[in-house]
Design a protein around this ligand. Structure first.
Ligand SMILES: C[S@@+](CC[C@H](N)C(=O)[O-])C[C@H]1O[C@@H](n2cnc3c(N)ncnc32)[C@H](O)[C@@H]1O
Length: 274
C-alpha cells in the first residue's frame, strides 16, 4: 500500500462514512482491506483503488471492511442500570403507552437486544407499544444481528437468570438465540449517520455509543444536532464511555455517566443522578 493509496482510502472512508483514519491507522487499514484485495485477485492496493472508482457497488464491501464492530451484551452496564432504575419507573407513569428507542450504531445487535431484555418485561404488548430501532452502516453486522443467534461464549458472563429467560441455548451448535419476546421488539435497518435519516417521530431514548470516537468534531456536532431534533423533550441520549458532548453541543446537559438530556428542560423534571 503506497502513501497515495492510503490517502485515497482515508479520503474515501471519510467522505462515505465520516470515519477519520489518521496515519497511525495505516497498518490497521492494510490488514482489514488486504483480504478483499486478495479476494478480487489484485496484486496491489493501487489496483483496488482504481477498481473502486469504477465500481461504486464495491463501496459497501470497502466500508464493511473498515468499520470497527466491537460490542457485547450489556456493554457499559451502568446504562442498563440507569434504564432499569430511573427510566423504567419514569416511563411507567407515562399517560400514552408508546416508547421509541433508537440504537444508532448497533453493530451485530448485542446493544439493542440488551435494551429489549431490559424493557420487555416492564412494557409488554398489547398494553404497551414499544419499538426499538437498531441501525448501522455495516451490512455484514446487520445480517448477523437479524439472525438473533450468537456464540454461546458471548453470554457466559451474563447472570444465569438472564441466560435462561432471554436466550434459547443450543449446546450442540454452541449457540444462544434471543427469545422471540425480545427479538420481535427490535427492527434492524441500514442507516449512515452521515446521510439522510428517514425517521420523523420522536424518540424517548437514543443510544449512540462508541461510534462518535471515529468522527471529527464538525461531524459529531451535526449528528448530535440531528439527535436533538429527533429526541422528545424529556428524552435521553446515551453515549460511549470515552465520548463527550463537551465542545460539541450546547443543547444537552450531562445528567449521569455519559447520559444526557436536552438542555431547556425544567431542572425539576430531570431524572438526575449526579
Ligand atoms: C464499536 S461499534 C459500537 C457498537 C455498540 N454501539 C456498542 O457500543 O457496543 C461501532 C459501530 O458504528 C458503526 N458505524 C461506523 N460509522 C458509521 C456511520 N457513519 N453510520 C452508522 N454506523 C456507523 C460501525 O459499523 C460499528 O458497527
Amino acid at each position: 500500500m503506497t502513501m497515495q493509496d492510503f490517502e485515497f482510502i482515508r479520503n474515501l472512508a471519510y467522505q462515505e462514512s465520516g470515519i477519520v483514519l489518521p496515519e497511525r491507522k495505516q497498518h490497521m487499514v492494510y490488514s482489514r482491506l488486504s483480504r478483499r484485495v486478495r479476494q478480487l485477485k489484485f496484486s496491489n492496493f493501487s489496483q483496488y483503488c482504481a477498481f473502486i472508482q469504477q465500481h461504486p457497488e464495491e463501496m459497501i464491501n470497502f466500508i464493511n471492511a473498515l468499520t470497527t464492530n466491537l460490542t457485547a451484551f450489556f456493554r457499559e452496564q451502568h446504562h442498563f442500570d440507569y434504564l432499569e432504575q430511573h427510566l423504567v419507573p419514569l416511563w411507567k407513569r407515562k399517560s400514552h403507552r408508546r416508547l421509541r428507542v433508537w440504537s444508532s450504531a448497533c453493530s451485530s445487535g448485542e446493544e439493542p437486544y440488551s435494551i429489549a431484555m431490559t424493557l420487555a418485561q416492564h412494557f409488554p404488548p398489547p398494553n404497551w407499544d414499544l419499538k426499538i430501532l437498531a441501525t448501522d452502516l455495516d451490512t455484514n453486522v446487520l445480517n448477523k444481528a437479524n439472525t438473533g443467534r450468537y456464540n454461546i461464549d458471548s453470554i457466559a458472563n451474563l447472570p444465569i437468570r438472564l441466560q435462561k429467560e432471554c436466550f434459547e441455548i443450543n449446546p450442540r451448535e454452541n449457540s444462544a438465540s434471543i427469545v422471540e419476546q425480545c427479538k420481535k421488539l427490535v427492527h434492524f435497518k441500514q442507516l449512515n449517520l452521515l446521510g439522510d435519516w428517514p425517521m420523523k417521530g420522536s424518540f424517548d431514548l437514543i443510544f449512540c455509543r462508541n461510534v462518535l470516537i471515529y468522527f471529527d468534531n464538525p461531524t459529531k456536532a451535526k449528528i448530535i444536532e440531528k439527535f436533538r431534533q429527533l429526541l422528545s423533550d424529556d428524552g435521553h441520549l446515551f453515549i460511549g464511555h470515552s465520548e463527550t458532548l463537551h465542545n460539541i453541543s450546547q443543547d444537552f446537559t450531562l445528567i449521569g455517566q455519559t447520559i444526557y438530556q436536552p438542555i431547556y428542560l425544567n431542572a425539576q423534571r430531570r431524572t438526575s443522578i449526579i
